[in-house]
Design a protein around this ligand. Structure first.
Ligand SMILES: [Fe+2]
Ligand SMILES: [Fe+2]
Length: 241
């Protein structure tokens, strides 16, 4: 059994230092690793990133993260990434990593993802250059997620997890206004997950959404945005392959 703790959208700033640390220090008792599903900061500033870094530094379990749209707002995602990496966080963007746990090896493929919407109501790669670039951004992200999951498959992981900020399915957006679904996720991410294979998909971003969903291919999807799960993290169990 592999125990995966996850939370997203912790949106930390200078006034939130220390709020999550006591809960994170209990992680070794209940989880093998911690996933952070993006929107770790409010505006993506280095100052905010340092708050997050101190909150997770030297935790006794591995920490794997993707950035969210808020972590890009100050247009310094590379600095945010570097500050988190200095604190020991594995920050993924279009790549995978393998964590050795007592119950087996878990492979995590991560990308921020992007919007575009869901089947039948989605943006197309057509028309104005800016519209094409919007959809291409999502497509490239989904392709990188697919490639990373496939690569993890060749490494014989006991379980594979897809970690994104944007949602791969509409299920976990239930509670959000349908009009904004195209800005909350894309079916291209779910297609990547289903065609490459995964045991669990974890995302954030949809603060008003719901926790539980599933891809068309039957992969469990969990929205771990903190306003949804209303706790420091949730723990999901993955069985042996
Ligand atoms: Fe958020
Ligand atoms: Fe977000």
């Amino acid at each position: 059994m592999i125990r995966v703790a996850a939370v997203g959208d912790i949106h930390m700033g200078p006034d939130s230092q220390g709020l999550l640390r006591p809960a994170f220090e209990t992680l070794p008792d209940c989880a093998d690793l911690l996933l952070l599903a993006g929107d770790l900061t409010r505006h993506g500033t280095p100052r905010e990133a340092r708050v997050v870094a101190r909150e997770v530094a030297d935790l006794p379990v591995p920490v794997v993260a993707v950035l969210g749209n808020h972590d890009h707002h100050d247009e310094q995602p590379e600095r945010v990434t570097a500050i988190l990496r200095d604190a020991g966080v594995e920050v993924l963007e279009g790549e995978g990593t393998v964590v050795e746990c007592a119950g087996g090896t878990v492979g995590i493929a991560g990308t921020k993802g992007f919007g575009g919407g869901f089947v039948g109501r989605s943006a197309g790669e057509f028309g104005e250059p800016v519209m094409k670039e919007f959809v291409r951004t999502t497509r490239r992200s989904a392709e990188s997620l697919h490639a990373a999951l496939k690569e993890l498959d060749t490494q014989g992981c006991t379980a594979r997890v897809a970690l994104t900020h944007f949602s791969p399915v509409a299920d976990t957006l239930a509670g959000e206004p349908p009009e904004i679904h195209p800005f909350l996720g894309s079916y291209l991410l779910a297609e990547a997950i289903d065609t490459a294979g995964a045991d669990l998909a974890v995302h954030g971003h949809a603060h008003l959404g719901s926790e539980h969903g599933m891809t068309a291919g039957g992969v469990r999807v969990r929205n771990v945005a903190q306003p949804v799960i209303r706790r420091a993290f949730n723990v999901y169990r993955l069985g042996a392959a």
